[in-house]
Design a protein around this ligand. Structure first.
Ligand SMILES: Cc1cc2nc3c(=O)[nH]c(=O)nc-3n(C[C@H](O)[C@H](O)[C@H](O)COP(=O)(O)OP(=O)(O)OC[C@H]3O[C@@H](n4cnc5c(N)ncnc54)[C@H](O)[C@@H]3O)c2cc1C
Length: 424
């Protein structure tokens, strides 16, 4: 028999898992399933939650905030260097985060992507997250949606739902089927990301170190892991479009070397060499950090985005899009994950009021399109300045001036607050 759920979430990244939390809080009686193509193994680097993201997760489920905050690195000495290693900026006093908090009153959390995923997944009711379920497509029925997934054992599994939420990231297949508006646009940048042990000679209290200049290769490192025993780095460099195939083509793939065999290892070595070549003229500390990272830990891909004008539809009938699937921007403003969390909150709120219905999805979209569009536009503008070598405003200044980090949210109320007439 085909399994049936009320809300079927495709994609178990921050957007999908947070959406499952929000629906579960708002309508505990609804049946929710999250289908994720991969497993939950460590991958990616670090994501940054500015105050609006922290408030959004707290509004969804208050207990999630301390669960995430305990992974935030406490040593926040921050340094910024030019490509040739001259110090541009230094804040030694635990400083920059405290200064930002003093200015906008907001708490921030930096957390490894996979830790965020794991914390969100572990806090959901057991059996809700289905790994190794790769979305293949859906069919709309008279009163629902029938979706198909490829599972690890090679079977095709069908799941029926009242509504389907596409949270399957920047290369969303749900979006492709719903809107058919083609792949995202290549931004001319390659990115390498990894989480690795902190080298013994890298100061544990160097919370955040960046190297680079507008328009050039730039790298950002963080000590992580509570005690600072691990490090994450993300390194961006201009990369020609006609060489995109070398770094994985049009896919923003974070899953590499699933099985670490000899072939995968050699590909990892090539990724590492390309990253090193991009930072060849940079300080030795950065090059050593890249060179001593295990090749299999390095993910490499092109960076993509969509224009705001292309992203004005977040729902149609029984299908909705959230997170990167809805409004893929650039990582430069540090808002990608937080926008996914804001989406999740409003989706939960709308389902709390209207049930698992097309009305709920339309209500979610009407709240979120203008808010997420403003962030997406600012992120793309910041990126353009960077690529043109303009020393524009910092991400903190833009977020603060545009009011993004000042956003506050009503806590999600459980379903009894919904009108009695609202369908389940
Ligand atoms: C593994 C990974 C690591 C990342 N690391 C970083 C990072 O270090 N720093 C940073 O700034 N951003 C990172 N990102 C991107 C960042 O998470 C997003 O920009 C943002 O948080 C929005 O999240 P999202 O859930 O919408 O999209 P994503 O985070 O991209 O999550 C989408 C999820 O959907 C799953 N999925 C995709 N296609 C299918 C399918 N056909 N069927 C089922 N599931 C599918 C993916 O495996 C993924 O888990 C990472 C994304 C991924 C997938």
């Amino acid at each position: 028999m085909t399994p049936f759920v009320d809300v079927l979430v495709v994609g178990g990244g921050p957007a999908g898992l947070a959406a499952a939390h929000a629906v579960t809080v708002a309508r505990p009686a609804l049946k929710v399933a999250v289908c994720e193509r991969s497993d939950l193994r460590p991958r990616g680097a670090i994501v940054f939650l500015p105050p609006n993201g922290v408030r959004a997760i707290e509004a969804i489920r208050p207990s999630l905030k301390p669960a995430l905050a305990r992974h935030h690195t406490t040593h926040m000495k921050v340094r910024s260097f030019t490509p040739t290693g001259e110090l541009k900026m230094s804040a030694d006093d635990g400083g920059i985060m405290a200064k930002m908090a003093a200015q906008d009153g907001g708490e921030r959390i930096s957390i490894p992507w996979h830790t965020l995923q794991r914390e969100l997944a572990d806090a959901l009711p057991s059996g809700m997250v289905h790994t190794h379920h790769r979305f293949l497509g859906y069919t709309e029925t008279a009163d629902g949606v029938l979706a198909e997934f490829a599972t690890a054992d090679g079977e095709v599994k069908q799941v029926e739902a009242k509504v389907l939420v596409g949270c399957d990231g920047g290369q969303s297949m749900v979006r492709e089927q719903l809107l058919g508006d083609g792949p995202p646009k290549y931004l001319g940048l390659a990115i390498w990301r990894a989480v690795r042990p902190r080298p013994a000679d890298w100061p544990v209290d160097e919370g955040g170190v960046s190297f680079g200049a507008p328009g050039q290769a730039s790298a950002l490192t963080h000590t992580i892991g509570g005690a600072g025993d691990m490090m994450a780095f993300q390194a961006f460099a201009p990369w020609p479009e006609d060489q995109l195939h070398v770094i994985g083509g049009g896919r923003q793939a974070y899953i590499q070397d699933a099985a670490i065999g000899p072939a995968a290892g050699s590909k990892g070595e090539e990724r590492l060499q390309r990253a090193l070549a991009a930072f060849d003229s940079y300080p030795k500390a950065l090059k050593d950090l890249i060179a001593t990272t295990s090749p299999s830990a390095v993910a490499e891909h092109g960076q993509f985005s969509r224009d705001v004008e292309q992203c004005q539809v977040y729902s149609k009938g029984r299908i909705a899009l959230t997170g990167d699937a809805a409004h893929l921007a650039t990582p430069f403003l540090g808002q990608g994950c937080s926008q996914a969390l804001e989406d999740a909150l409003e989706l939960g709120r709308a389902i709390g009021v209207h049930g698992a219905t097309p009305e709920a999805l339309a209500a979610y979209a009407s709240v979120r399109v203008p808010l997420a569009s403003a962030v997406q536009a600012a992120s793309l503008a910041m990126f353009r300045d960077f690529m043109q070598g303009k020393q524009g405003k910092s991400e903190f200044e833009i977020n603060s001036e545009m009011g993004f980090t000042k956003r506050t949210f009503e806590p999600l109320a459980p379903a009894q607050a919904a009108p009695a007439s609202a369908p389940a």
